[in-house]
Each structure stands twice: as structure tokens, then as C-alpha cells.
Design a protein around this ligand. Structure first.
Ligand code: ADP
Length: 497
């Protein structure tokens, strides 16, 4: 087998565009959030457009377990001070490279922090090394590998572009930087700069310097030929301080080089007609079967059996996700005859508040603290509506899963939530196009009013069913997004299909 097995088409003289996707997470190997879903789905999404994507991941224990031994393709005597190896394997049907560097990545805990959620203090070094390795691979320093373009995701991969564009020993290559969440920027103390191995000329406002420190995401955004984020609305929002979080000036300065490409969902994983996790499979034609799944959710969360509205939320419990406001509105939700089955983990105070609410409303509120992929499928299949009161949301996936499963999304009008849900206002209901409920502003009164609107709609079964069915028929598969990314790659490389 050649080191860099490419598509059959190469044998026929049609060269696919070769893209190195650099990400710190990808399903099914490692996931803490939506980034993993996107990085995992992207290779298959762009493949039909003659793009051969190779994904580079850090060698966390969970990645090693699936990869096994892998095939050794390269060795570094020192990557920012530590020896490292590059292993090749596959992710699904696609090519995978893994940076095997035990000193940086073979740790118990999460990808970015320990079991208590404390960030690793050497994260700057871990992900600078990751970027350095990615730049080497992208620029052809690893025998048998060559690429036409590099696509870096989030701050953990952003230094790839700094090494590609600023270090003198790497040739230039077209580069895309995707921001999955502006709230995570990888900002570090200025004292790490000399240890990055970049020329001293990189220490400028046009380089890696950011507010007196080193900004990984900032550097990536500065160096990228195109910056994308994961919804058109969020691409516009990050020009404002509230969403740009200090980088709004840079976003504005980069002007039309900042674009929004909506995430898709994987219909092989998120399809109620084929989902092996759920009790009863169904389609938009057999929606009544959802009742079986509703009973299963009630059972799993110790809730009373009822045909009344059952809400869910599946979320990191953080300020971004507005779960503090959700907590405030729970007494009202129950008072109106609603019930809630919540799955999530995060902020300890919110977790405690949820447990208290469940104790106050036995049989009406059920809480599962933790991360459980299977349960998240069962909730989407059995609950009537999913609450997504995010203060900001670059794209958001849970509302897309809700749409696909007939679990009506109730969302704050921001970012990708605004771009993917059609509010059930009178005009949209009359036109028969509504897919959910939107509300403005993440505060008690707005969420309370949205819940009241959901209750009123739920009382009108025909209209409710129509909203569910509209959502289920809406196409948020990866097809459109894959096409958009492939077009972008072609634009940057000047290669036509
Ligand atoms: P973010 O990436 O900001 O956390 P997204 O909505 O883009 O938000 O993606 C979150 C992903 O993580 C979704 O796939 C969602 O189903 C999943 N998820 C979040 N919390 C949990 C949980 N506690 N258990 C299972 N899946 C979860």
C-alpha cells in the first residue's frame, strides 16, 4: 500500500484536491462538542466533490484505542521539546493521521483539561506542537504526503497556519481557518512566545501577538486566506464586541474573507427511521410511533406518564447555553403542565439547581447529569420539544437533531439557531412553513413567553404535527455544506472540478 492512498480517480488521471483537515476532535474518536461532529463528517461530505481529505488528530488515549498500533509514517526528534511520531490509519472510509506524542496527549481526563475540568497548564505547548506537526505535514515534509490546501479548526489547530505562513522553513499553502466557537481563543501569556520556535518578527499585531499575549486563534485568523464560521448569522455577529470577544476588530478588518457555512448533520447517525438507539423507529408519516419513545423517556427519567408536553434539553451546562435562565423558568414550565427531561453536565451550580428543581417537582422534572450519546438520541425521539436558550450559538446541532426527529426546537434568535429554525409566527403557520419557536433575548420573560407559545401550539394537534413534519422534511444534511466547502477549496487553489 502506498503511504498516501488516494481516490481511485488518481489512477484515471483525475487528481482529487488533497486537503489536510487539522482538528483536535472528531467523531467517533474523541468528542467534547460540535467541532467533533463537524470534523468527523467533513471528509465524507466533501468526497463527492473530488476532495480527498486527510484528518490529523492528536493521539489521545481514546484515539489510540481505535487506531490500534497504526502505521508509522514519520518521526520528530523534538516537537517543541518532545519526541513524536506520526501514525496513519482510517476514520470511517477516510484517511487519518495521528500525532502520537505521549508527553502531550497520553493523559487521563479530557482533551484540554483534567478530570476536574482544570485546563492543562501546558495547553499552549501541546497545541503549538500539534500545529507545528500539521504545518510540516501540510507543506510536504513528511515523505509520501502532499496537500493542496490546509483546513484548520478552532484555536487548537490554528497555529498550523502561523507555522505555515510565518516560519521560514515551510512553503506557503492556501489555508482555511474555521471558527466553531469564538469564545475559545487559546490566549496565552507572552512568555511562551520565545518557545514557539517562530521568528521574532512574528511578535506583531499582524502576527501572533494579541492584547499583549499570544493568541492562537487570532494568529490563525490573521494568517488564513479565508476564515469561515459555522453559520451566516454568526459570521455577521462576530463583527460586534458581544460576539467577537475581543477579535471583532480583526473580523471586521478581514471583511469579505470571513464567511459562514452552516454545519450539516449526518443522516446515517441522526435518522429516526433507522436509529438503533431508540425504542420505536418512525418517519414523518408515522409520527404516532413517537409515543413509544415518549414512554421510554418518561421511564428513564422517572417522570409521570402523560400525553402532555414533554420538553428536553441536551447541553453543556454553561453560561453560553443559557441553562441558568432555563433553571429560572422551570417552575413556570411545570405550572403550565409541562415536564422536562434534561441531559447535560457542566457548571456545578447549575447542576445543583437542576437537582433541586427535580426534587421540587418529582415526576415532572427529571435530570441526568453526564454525557450519554445514546440517551441524547432517545430524548430527541421521545420528547416533544427541545429547549435551546443559547446566548450565542455559532451553529448549534441539537436544534438540527430536534428538527430531524420531530422534537420541535425552541430557540433563542441568535447565530445558527436563527438560521435554521423558522418561527411559528402566524404568517409562517398560515404558509405552512414553521419548524419551531424562536425568541429574542435570553432572559426569564422571553423564555417564559416562548414556553407559553409552545404550550398553546401543542394544544392544536394538527398545527403541531405540521410543525414537526416541516422540520423533519427540512434538509440539513451535509450535502449542501460539503458542496460549499469544496467550492471554497477550489476557489483558493484555483482548481476546477
Ligand atoms: P457545543 O458544540 O457548543 O457544545 P452543539 O449544539 O454544536 O454545541 O453540539 C453539541 C453536541 O454535543 C451535540 O451533538 C449534542 O447532542 C451533544 N451533547 C451535548 N451535551 C450532551 C450530553 N450531556 N450527552 C450527550 N450528548 C451531548
Amino acid at each position: 500500500m502506498p503511504n498516501n492512498p488516494t481516490d481511485d480517480r488518481e489512477d484515471h488521471g483525475l487528481m482529487p484536491l488533497k486537503v489536510l483537515s487539522v482538528a483536535s476532535e472528531a467523531v467517533p474518536l474523541v468528542k467534547t462538542g460540535g467541532l467533533a461532529d463537524v470534523a468527523g463528517a467533513l471528509p465524507a461530505a466533501v468526497a463527492p466533490h473530488d476532495v480527498a481529505m486527510t484528518t490529523l488528530l492528536p493521539g489521545y488515549p481514546s484515539v489510540g484505542k481505535v487506531l490500534g498500533k497504526g502505521k508509522l509514517v514519520h518521526k520528530w526528534a523534538s516537537l517543541l521539546g518532545q519526541p513524536a511520531r506520526l501514525l496513519s490509519g482510517t476514520i470511517g472510509k477516510h484517511k487519518l493521521l495521528v500525532l502520537d506524542c505521549p508527553a502531550y496527549f497520553a493523559r487521563e481526563g479530557g482533551p484540554y483539561g483534567d478530570a476536574n475540568g482544570q485546563d492543562w497548564t501546558d495547553n499552549w505547548q501541546r497545541f503549538a506542537a500539534f500545529g507545528r506537526a500539521a504545518a510540516d505535514i501540510a507543506s510536504g515534509k513528511v515523505k509520501g504526503y502532499s496537500f493542496d490546501l490546509v483546513h484548520a479548526h478552532d484555536w487548537q489547530a490554528a497555529m498550523t497556519l502561523a507555522y505555515l505562513k510565518l516560519a521560514s522553513d515551510t512553503p506557503d499553502l492556501p489555508a482555511v481557518m474555521t471558527i466553531h466557537n469564538m469564545a475559545f481563543q487559546g490566549h496565552f501569556d507572552a512568555k511562551v512566545f520565545p518557545r514557539l520556535g517562530l521568528p521574532s518578527s512574528a511578535w506583531t499585531m499582524d502576527g501572533v501577538e494579541n492584547y499583549g499575549g499570544v493568541g492562537f486563534l487570532k494568529a490563525g485568523m490573521q494568517m488564513a486566506d479565508i476564515i469561515t464560521t459555522v453559520s451566516p448569522s454568526y459570521a455577521a455577529e462576530i463583527r460586534q464586541p458581544e460576539f467577537g470577544m475581543g477579535l471583532e476588530g480583526l473580523v471586521a478588518a478581514r471583511g469579505s474573507r470571513v464567511r459562514g457555512i452552516l454545519n450539516g448533520i449526518d443522516p446515517k447517525v441522526w435518522n429516526p427511521a433507522e436509529d438503533s438507539e431508540i425504542a420505536a423507529r418512525y418517519s414523518h408519516r408515522t409520527l404516532t410511533r413517537r409515543k413509544i419513545n415518549k414512554r421510554a423517556v418518561e421511564g428513564a427519567f422517572g417522570l409521570e406518564q402523560s400525553d402532555g408536553p414533554l420538553f428536553t434539553a441536551i447541553s453543556r451546562l454553561t453560561w453560553q447555553k443559557g441553562t441558568d435562565v432555563l433553571l429560572e423558568v422551570l417552575d413556570h414550565l411545570v405550572g403550565m403542565g409541562g415536564r422536562l427531561a434534561l441531559l447535560g453536565s457542566g457548571d456545578k451550580a447549575i447542576e445543583a439547581g437542576l437537582h433541586e428543581a427535580a426534587a421540587r417537582h418529582p415526576g415532572r422534572i427529571g435530570v441526568h447529569i453526564g454525557y450519554d450519546e445514546g440517551l441524547s438520541h432517545r430524548l430527541q425521539a421521545g420528547a416533544d420539544a427541545i429547549l435551546v436558550p443559547s446566548r450565542f450559538e455559532p451553529c448549534g446541532l441539537t436544534q438540527l437533531y430536534g428538527l430531524a426527529y420531530g422534537c420541535v426546537p425552541v430557540v433563542a434568535r441568535t447565530g445558527g439557531l436563527a438560521d435554521t429554525v423558522i418561527d411559528a409566527n402566524p404568517a409562517a403557520l398560515t404558509a405552512g412553513v414553521a419548524t419551531g419557536v424562536q425568541f429574542d433575548g435570553v432572559h426569564y420573560h422571553a423564555l417564559r413567553a416562548a414556553i407559553d407559545r409552545v404550550m398553546a401550539l401543542y394544544e392544536q394537534p394538527r398545527k403541531w404535527r405540521r410543525v414537526q413534519q416541516n422540520g423533519m422534511k427540512a434538509d440539513f444534511s451535509w450535502e449542501a455544506s460539503g458542496h460549499a466547502y469544496a467550492e471554497l477549496y477550489r476557489e483558493l487553489t484555483g482548481r476546477t472540478a
